[in-house]
Design a protein. Sequence first.
Length: 100
Amino acid sequence: MYTNQYTINTLFADENPADALKRELSTLSVENYMRTVKDLRFPKRSDMREFGKVYNSKDDVYIKIRVELLGMYGNPTTFVMSFHFAERAFTPEMFPYRKN
């Protein structure tokens, strides 16, 4: 199984991992959205959003994030829960908002 670190190092070998992740998260769109999942281990936390993106025209990458309001003023913070090569190839049915 691919790990987050392995995927980031493979795709963005010459970049700072934090900078690469910030950039990649900023490029996600509704067309990359796959589904929303409840965190069964931490049910009081916000739901997680799953996205999929293809790199190098062949590498399917699964991205799961959680957005939470933190701090006294509720500053939104995005936590990257997963960023790894997909174990199964993406299919069009996995993306409910993708245009044909």
